[in-house]
Write a protein that binds this ligand. Structure first.
Ligand SMILES: [Zn+2]
Length: 393
């Protein structure tokens, strides 16, 4: 499916001179990821003069891409402060989470509010073509149901469950995602008539939690994605550690059992072979049958089934021990959990927290373990953040 590019809502930017366009873009991207702020805060953040700031802000207010709210200081004196925020109706962003067995799409307003969402189940070995096609079909339906046109869509971000080379936009470990070879950004652009951006799903989910979720409260934290795959992401001084080629954080492939199962990465005894959803389903099949699904497991857990409780206790031990090792290395303020496993059992944060603190060095005794508040939208929201960060104009 080939598509042609259409005129964009924000095309007024293209008519501006280069320097003013870049300045407007910087203001929009700053407010998009940091939230509403005053003119003086923009000056400080971007290191600009008052006149440069005023010129860019005035242009954006005239085009109604920015709106201005007056707030009082709370004691009834002094001039009200003007806070600038993005006009949420000025554009729509598509976020896509290309998981192992499902594709989830969201439409988000410029203030990252989720307007609509949908999800499709696909076969575990689905390829990029199938994934992008399913995403495009869902987006078309969501655009129609919300009365939005492609003209309003500023960009689409794609979260892929595999390590992504940040320079070539390709999957670096193809055994993890077969049928996903080549430049995925170029591939996505064949299906989506808007700028497209590709990133690793765990890192994007972490980015969303950092900006808009549980990570807002922490400068240093570890994000663990506990899903079909097991991933990690480290935030140090509110910056995500990417690594030399964008491959940092693959804690799912940390060896926790040298005599354990062969992993899909080609290694043996990786954490993912103990706590990934497919691994847990395999371990439960002698007790619950080979066809057992994660939905079944949720029910068995709620019912207190002995085998299911055993499987979860073992998984929590493995996660807690891995988390303790990571805490000893990074000494974070918090460990934030995401993925299906984090949403299955209400006691996961408490239990993994207790195990983490028990095994970690005493300097980590107050580390907090929490479930990320953005839930199943986290990776798709991270993809939205990625668009806002670098692709809005
Ligand atoms: Zn592995």
């Amino acid at each position: 499916m080939r598509v042609t590019r259409e005129t964009k809502t924000l095309d007024f930017m293209l008519a501006l001179g280069t320097s003013l366009r870049e300045q407007c873009s910087a203001v929009v991207n700053l407010i998009a990821v940091s939230g509403s702020m005053s003119r003086s805060k923009i000056m400080d953040e971007l290191g600009w003069s008052r006149s440069t700031t005023t010129r860019a802000v005035t242009t954006l207010l005239d085009e109604r891409l920015l709106l201005e709210d007056l707030t009082h200081d709370g004691v009834g004196r002094g001039r009200p402060a003007a806070l600038l925020r993005l006009n949420p109706t000025a554009g729509t962003i598509v976020g896509v989470d290309l998981g192992f067995t499902s594709v989830r799409v969201i439409l988000a307003a410029l203030d990252h509010r989720v307007i609509a969402s949908d999800e499709s189940k696909l076969a575990p070995s689905y390829g990029a073509d199938e994934g992008f096609r399913a995403a495009r079909e869902m987006v078309e339906r969501l655009l129609r149901s919300t009365g939005t046109s492609w003209e309003k869509v500023i960009g689409a971000g794609f979260a892929v469950g595999a390590p992504i080379d940040s320079e070539s936009n390709s999957v670096t470990l193809e055994s993890l995602r077969q049928h996903w070879t080549g430049d995925l950004q170029a591939w996505a652009s064949q299906y989506f008539p808007c700028p497209a951006f590709i990133g690793n799903d765990t890192r994007l989910a972490c980015y969303a939690e950092l900006l808009w979720g549980t990570g807002r409260d922490y400068d240093n934290f570890i994000y663990l994605k506990l899903h079909s795959g097991t991933g990690g992401c480290f935030v140090i001084n509110r910056t995500i550690v990417a690594g030399a080629k964008g491959g940092a954080g693959e804690i799912g492939h940390m060896i926790v059992d040298p005599g354990g199962e062969i992993c899909r990465c080609g290694g043996r005894g990786c954490l993912e072979t103990k706590v990934g959803v497919p691994a847990m389903l395999r371990s439960l099949s002698p007790a619950l049958g080979a066809q057992v699904t994660w939905e079944d497991v949720r029910g068995h857990l709620a019912d207190g089934d002995a085998a299911t409780l055993r499987a979860f206790a073992d998984a929590y031990d493995a996660i807690g021990q891995a988390s303790a090792s990571l805490c000893n290395i990074l000494n974070p303020q918090a460990v934030i959990l995401g993925g299906a496993l984090s949403r299955t059992s209400p006691d996961i944060a408490q239990t993994v927290g207790d195990i983490t603190r028990r095994h970690a060095l005493s300097i980590n005794s107050d580390v907090r373990v929490e479930v990320g508040e953005l839930g199943r939208n986290s990776a798709a929201l991270g993809a939205v953040a990625y668009v806002l960060m670098q692709g809005i104009v």
